[in-house]
Design a protein around this ligand. Structure first.
Ligand SMILES: Cc1cc2nc3c(=O)[nH]c(=O)nc-3n(C[C@H](O)[C@H](O)[C@H](O)COP(=O)(O)OP(=O)(O)OC[C@H]3O[C@@H](n4cnc5c(N)ncnc54)[C@H](O)[C@@H]3O)c2cc1C
Length: 280
């Protein structure tokens, strides 16, 4: 049993006021698939747990051509997966979603929770990064937009302030092709040993993001622009792989050795480029 006092605001105003009142004594509860484990294992401590699943704005998932896909803080991963625009425009997101644990867990776990938990191995992080994701944070002082490339500070650390709540993540409208490749120890549910997301925009701009190869997910978006034919060229592959290996800094831990992570990052980068180079 947990000792925390349970709060369940019904409006966003109520939620930000509770945050302003309790500060770091309060932790946000979305799906609870990370935080409840942390509390049980005494690696997280707080006096209050604030459930955000009754707040209407947090439950919204919507798409528009102007803004793209907006995913509220309490939207589950399966709700994202079932959204028709995700299948149509965000295939990379769908691939990443399919690798995350299992359907049972995805019924509870949220996309924004995965981002706010800020584990370097979180599967939604590389995909959201290459898609140019932006978090909208809200507090009693107002709202601000934080590009995901500036969001992560370290293992389970991000730029959200004590009085802030992530209201939603916005994935801008974009046309292109993406792929997410993940290596994990066991089939089923496990954080990645290495995760690689690669995205080729319609105009040829290539970006790659990697998870579990540094304290924060790594985004490399100065890779240049390529035609599909150029992506098949060995020289291009070599240039991209060199840049990727220069950007990562993996450690050895219970999931994989540093050397294995480097080898897999290289392997997945080559595989991802091959996939992106295929004519559909
Ligand atoms: C068995 C199991 C298997 C798993 N497998 C995977 C896997 O394969 N890949 C993977 O990436 N993850 C995996 N996870 C981790 C987990 O499911 C995800 O990180 C999940 O997406 C977190 O979302 P949540 O809604 O459950 O977050 P919660 O646990 O509710 O919250 C996570 C953290 O984010 C904060 N937070 C949540 N929402 C907000 C908000 N709106 N504003 C501010 N702070 C917020 C919380 O305070 C907490 O610190 C697994 C977990 C379990 C238990």
């Amino acid at each position: 049993l947990l000792n925390q006092k349970y709060l369940r605001p019904e409006t966003l105003d109520e939620a930000v006021n509770l945050l302003a009142l309790h500060g770091k004594k309060l932790k946000v509860l979305a799906g609870g698939t990370d935080i409840i484990i942390g509390l049980r294992e005494n690696v997280i401590d707080c006096e209050y747990l604030m459930d955000i699943k009754r707040i209407p704005e947090m439950m919204e998932i919507r798409y528009s051509e102007e803004e793209g896909l907006s995913i509220g803080g309490a939207v589950s991963l399966n709700e994202v997966k079932d959204c028709s625009e995700v299948s149509e425009y965000y295939d990379i997101l769908k691939t990443a979603l399919n690798t995350l644990a299992n359907s049972l867990l995805r019924n509870r776990a949220t996309m924004v929770g995965n981002i706010c938990n800020s584990s370097p191995g979180g599967d939604m992080l590389p995909a959201a990064l290459v898609l140019g994701g932006v978090v909208e944070a809200v507090s009693s002082e107002g709202k601000r937009l934080i590009p995901l490339k500036q969001f992560f500070l370290g293992v389970k650390k991000n730029v959200l302030r004590e009085n802030e709540l992530a209201l939603r993540v916005i994935l801008p409208p974009t046309k292109g092709k993406g792929i997410y490749l993940k290596k994990q120890r066991i089939k089923g549910h496990d954080l990645s040993q290495v995760g690689v997301a690669a995205y080729l925009k319609e105009d040829g701009a290539l970006s790659i993001a990697l998870g579990a190869v540094a304290p924060v997910p790594i985004l490399i978006n100065d890779l240049g622009t390529y035609s599909k034919e150029q992506l098949r060229d060995d020289k291009t592959v070599k240039t991209v792989v060199t840049k990727v290996l220069k950007a990562i800094n993996p450690i050895s831990d219970q999931r994989a050795s540093k050397e294995y992570r480097i080898a897999m990052a290289k392997h997945f980068t080559v595989q991802a480029l091959r996939e992106l180079a295929k004519e559909v």
